[in-house]
Design a protein around this ligand. Structure first.
Ligand SMILES: [Cu+2]
Length: 69
């Protein structure tokens, strides 16, 4: 498993966190995800054989929460 922390400036509340958790849960290969609202970060544990960070970033963009560049 690989873990990553992705900065997402638009995270503001539990509603945002729920949307993000749902969006990432729809991807294959996501073992766990946790949204840290206070620091506007998404922590993701994933199987690199099934999904990569680019795909995770795309899912976040599609959910309305683009990662910081
Ligand atoms: Cu929100």
């Amino acid at each position: 498993m690989t873990t990553t922390a992705i900065k997402v400036p638009k995270i503001r509340c539990e509603g945002c966190a729920a949307t993000i958790t749902r969006a990432l849960g729809a991807l294959p290969g996501i073992a766990a995800s946790r949204v840290e609202i206070a620091v506007k970060e998404v922590h993701v544990e994933y199987d690199p054989a099934q999904v990569d960070e680019g795909r995770i970033h795309r899912a976040l963009r599609e959910a309305g929460f683009p990662p910081a560049t």
